[in-house]
Ligand binder design. Structure first.
Ligand code: DC
Length: 226
């Protein structure tokens, strides 16, 4: 399938399989895949390690904002990096997951991440997943998908993913973390998680990856005549 030079924006709730879907799309259409959540997770790890966020999630915003000026957060060969340190494993931990939503409410953090993300859009042919890609980062993206799925289905998927990596999990804890993140992500003041008016909804509670790929191929063929 010869897909034209477009930006594909995939937004939606946590653990709806956005990144798995986006990676397979990128692979099939020879697009670059970008995980915007990884940058929020990277800033969160940085904030935890440097004491900018407390146990009770109080954030020292002026200090964090100042420190961001010198934060070399970027994508590299093995995923996400701070300088030459690969942080891919740490940013997927529950410790980071439980603090990332509060960090992502900070306008200064969002501005920092947005600047990095927009750089990638210049040459199109990217598929980026997140919460505000179709609404804020790339409001002119040619194809916007909004993903959703039943919370329990999502919690089971996330728990299985964590267990596969050797992390101990409790389904109720995972579900609770997921629902808390959904709430914070959709109720924050700056760029809340909302469906863009021109986004197409994909509820994949009962869909396999093959079903989802058939779904998107059909949409691309209809919309772009390829
Ligand atoms: O997709 P994820 O679970 O890795 O995202 C981690 C957190 O980052 C999520 O709870 C909300 C935040 N996020 C965001 O606010 N905006 C984005 N574009 C991507 C992620």
């Amino acid at each position: 399938m010869q897909v034209p030079d477009i930006i594909i924006a995939i937004d939606g709730y946590s653990s709806t399989g956005k990144s798995s879907f986006a990676k397979i799309i990128a692979n099939e259409f020879s697009f670059l895949y970008l995980d915007s959540g990884a940058l929020y997770r990277g800033v969160t790890l940085f904030a935890i390690e440097n004491g900018f966020i407390s146990e009770d999630n109080t954030i020292d915003v002026p200090a964090l904002d100042k420190a961001l000026e010198n934060l070399d957060l970027h994508f590299g060969k093995e995923g996400t990096y701070i300088g030459d340190r690969c942080i891919e494993k740490e940013i997927r931990s529950l410790a980071v997951a439980s603090k990332v939503s509060p960090i992502a409410t900070v306008a200064e953090v969002r501005a920092f991440v947005d600047r990095k993300l927009r750089e990638f859009g210049k040459n199109k042919r990217i598929v980026m997943d997140g919460r505000d890609i179709g609404t804020t980062v790339f409001p002119d993206a040619e194809l916007k998908i909004f993903m959703t799925a039943d919370p329990l289905v999502r919690a089971r998927r996330r728990a299985a993913e964590m267990e596969a990596k050797g992390d101990k999990t409790d389904l109720q804890d995972v579900l609770k973390n997921l629902q808390e993140r959904d709430y914070i992500d959709s109720h924050r003041e700056v760029s809340p998680l909302t469906q863009a008016k021109d986004a197409i909804v994909l509820d994949n509670s009962e869909m396999t990856m093959d079903d989802q790929m058939d779904w998107i191929r059909k949409i691309i063929a209809e919309r772009f005549g390829c």
